[in-house]
Write a protein that binds this ligand. Structure first.
Ligand code: MN
Ligand code: MN
Length: 309
């Protein structure tokens, strides 16, 4: 471990020097905080949010799932289920991921997306961890839980595509979902290396836009983003690249409403890795469910150790 703590790669135009461990914990906690904050306003419009809360910036629970303050939803609990499977298997394996999601569904999660349910039932029926390709699987459900893959592949980034698809295709086998999820993983890798927002844009985001111009986000504000991965990422990109802090970007994205817990979770992973753990407001971390917070911190630690070996 002592060799690891000395690793902090210096790159021009970057945010302050944080260790990779700090950024990994920031990504995990950022995801959970975004989920817990956004879930309150999931499926609301920006106008409804404004009427009810002014600016929604307090983790207070409620929402359509009637959550306790600090409770998280499927986004975080699926990522944690995947993270445990990756740690147990010593790497990202499709069968282990599918079994983990199956067990997760048996545990009666507080919510579950349609595509996720369909994919897990397909695995139960066929024993096959990969779903056939489908143009209908372009929801954000594979992307929202990709963080453990980002950490586990941090030091072997040439394995990103294969590892990402292994977990993603259990439920979402679709080119838009694949490209978006791989882009988010590459952004997390870049943020953990200390790249600037400009560099994250010029690298992974421009690559995504070349392959799939539908993800363009400079053409009008994306409010009320749906669970369609294109909508979700456009809102995340707008908030991330315009925001000047973790808090500002997060408050921006969740107040757009729509699939707010998922846009919050995805923004939280990237921004948490970029701004580091200490940029996450303490009032949010304190509200976060204690067990979830602990598991986020321990998975971040263990997955980065795995990603290093
Ligand atoms: Mn959710
Ligand atoms: Mn959601």
């Amino acid at each position: 471990m002592s060799a690891l703590t000395s690793v902090s790669v210096s790159v021009p135009k970057t945010s302050p020097h944080f260790s990779v461990q700090n950024r990994a914990a920031g990504a995990y906690l950022g995801m959970a905080v975004g989920d817990a904050l956004g879930a309150t306003v999931e499926f609301m419009t920006p106008m409804e949010i404004h009427r009810q809360y002014g600016i929604h910036d307090t983790i207070r629970g409620g929402g359509w799932l009637r959550l306790k303050p600090g409770q998280v939803t499927d986004d975080t609990t699926m990522a944690l289920a995947l993270g445990r499977a990756v740690l147990d298997a010593g790497g990202v394996e499709a069968d282990a991921a599918a079994q983990a999601f199956d067990d997760w569904m048996r545990g009666k999660p507080v919510d579950i997306g349609n595509t996720v349910r369909r994919g897990i039932i397909h695995f139960r029926r066929t024993g096959r961890a990969a779903n056939p390709a489908s143009e209908h699987d372009a929801g954000n459900g594979a992307c929202m839980r990709c963080l453990p893959v980002a950490l586990a592949t941090f030091n072997c980034q040439e394995e990103t595509v294969e590892a990402s698809r292994a977990q993603a295709h259990v439920t979402h086998n679709n080119p838009l979902s694949d490209a978006a999820t791989e882009c988010v993983i590459e952004m997390i890798h870049g943020a953990m290396l200390g790249l600037s927002l400009d560099e994250l844009h010029a690298g992974p985001v421009v690559k995504l836009l070349h392959g799939f111009p539908r993800f363009r986000f400079d053409n009008g504000r994306c409010d009320n983003p749906s669970g369609f991965i294109v909508d979700t990422l456009r809102a995340v990109f707008q908030a991330l690249f315009e925001g000047e802090s973790f808090e500002a970007a997060m408050v921006d994205v969740v107040n757009r409403g729509g699939d707010a817990d998922t846009s919050g979770a995805i923004l939280g992973m990237i921004a948490g890795a970029y701004y580091g753990m200490d940029a996450i407001p303490m009032r949010w971390l304190k509200r976060l469910d204690k067990k979830i917070r602990q598991e986020c911190e321990s998975q971040a630690r263990e997955l980065i150790r795995l990603g290093w070996t």
